[in-house]
Ligand binder design. Structure first.
Ligand code: AMP
Ligand code: MG
Length: 387
């Protein structure tokens, strides 16, 4: 890691800051075993090995007629219908030469048969079924195990469980999943100027918006969140809030109080509570940030001190905290999706600095293009809402 500079804090690129943050994280190893309907948004804590083949049997992909592929010829054939196979009600006999069975989608392909001809391509007259046209032996049959073989890894440990993953687990007959415990995250805002929505604004005061943005982002990430409100800019209050948070949380997310003006007072306090790095990140918005480990007996707790400007706090959360919390919970795929789009207008940026501008993405027959939401001030939450 680069050496700290007392006056300015460390200067880090976005990727260097991500790496430095990753180095202070401690994985959450506690696990829960949960029924499927409680596992959405959790991270799988073990490989899911399929106890069965999916599908379990060869079955029909169509409503039609099950027959022996070897009976198909160059010209039309006529077969003798000997029974019916429905989903959940297999045909118990066997299909011989010159025979066929009426079969519905999902029904087990009967013994002897290996091919299904869809009903639109056959004419039935009593027990006689005439099949014209060209057909391939083996067609319209879903093979046993073609989706997942028995004993195969159906889902990898580290998968963030989305609805389709729960469906897959259910299709294997698994009723409970072993997942990582949710991250416990305490959040608070700092600043003497902050008031709560519903209160009157005295001159110079502003409403605390960051806590609502950050608590919302934490909730969407699936964290267990405790909101500690607003903490005034007094060392004793900040220390009390941090100690309360550390007694419970795996991570603390604060906003405000990390820019140069506040640094000495917070720096001295945080030096007492753990090892926290104050840095300047070569990005905009979101230049100042503090992160590090706080000491709480044996229990690890990581601090993310985000900048106070609302867009800066949201962007810093998205770029650094989101991935870090997912990583702590064992998630193996934490990268944000990155799209390439044509810009509508020229954009200026300082060389060596990463800029996160708010844009509106549109698609037409020439591909994706993006236009800016307008003024990009780091305090303008409205631009984040339009984006
Ligand atoms: P700071 O990093 O504490 O110097 O704050 C930078 C700017 O962000 C100041 O204009 C603060 O008033 C503003 N700010 C800090 N915290 C919040 C918050 N929770 N909600 C809205 N604005 C904030
Ligand atoms: Mg402040």
């Amino acid at each position: 890691m680069p050496t700290p500079d007392r006056s300015k804090g460390m200067e880090l690129s976005v990727s260097a800051a991500r790496a430095a943050i990753a180095a202070v994280l401690t994985p959450i190893t506690d696990c829960d075993t949960l029924p499927l309907d409680q596992a959405l948004g959790r991270v799988l804590a073990e490989d899911l090995i399929s106890p069965i083949a999916v599908p379990a049997h060869d079955n029909s992909a169509m409503d039609g007629w099950a027959l022996r592929g070897a009976d198909l010829g160059a010209s039309a054939i006529t077969l003798n219908s000997i029974g019916t196979a429905l989903a959940g009600h297999p045909y118990s006999g066997s299909v011989g030469i010159g025979q066929c069975v009426r079969i519905m989608t999902g029904a087990v392909v009967p013994a002897g048969a290996d091919t299904v001809v869809m009903q639109e391509e056959a004419q039935q007259d009593g027990s006689s079924v005439r099949i014209a046209g060209t057909h391939k032996p083996g067609q319209n049959v879903r093979r046993a195990g073609e989706d997942i073989a028995r004993g195969a890894v159906a889902l990898r440990s580290g998968t963030l469980l989305r609805p389709q993953h729960l469906g897959l687990a259910a299709s294997l007959g698994l009723a409970r999943l072993r997942v990582h415990r949710r991250a416990r995250v305490a959040v608070f805002s700092t600043g003497d100027e902050l008031r709560q929505p519903g209160e009157d604004l005295v001159p110079g005061a502003i409403y605390d918006s960051n806590r609502h943005v950050l608590a919302g982002m934490l909730a969407r990430l699936g964290c267990e969140t405790r909101d500690l409100g607003v903490v005034r800019d007094e060392p004793a209050r900040l220390e009390a809030a941090l100690r309360e948070a550390m007694s419970w949380a795996d991570a603390i997310v604060t906003s405000g109080g990390v820019s140069t003006g506040d640094m000495d007072f917070t720096r001295a306090l945080l030096a007492k509570l753990g090892e926290v790095t104050f840095c300047n990140i070569a990005m905009r918005p979101g230049r100042p940030m503090a992160f590090g480990r706080l000491k709480n007996g044996e229990r690890p707790c990581v601090l993310f001190g985000l900048p106070g400007n609302p867009v800066a706090a949201a962007v810093s959360f998205t770029q650094f905290v989101r991935g870090a919390l997912l990583q702590m919970c064992g998630c193996t795929d934490t990268a944000l999706p990155l799209l390439q789009a044509r810009a509508h207008q020229p954009m200026k940026k300082k060389p060596g600095r990463t800029e996160y501008q708010r844009g509106i993405l549109e698609r037409d027959d020439q591909g994706m293009h993006v236009r800016l939401t307008g003024a990009q001030g780091s305090g303008m939450l409205s631009s984040l809402c339009q984006a």
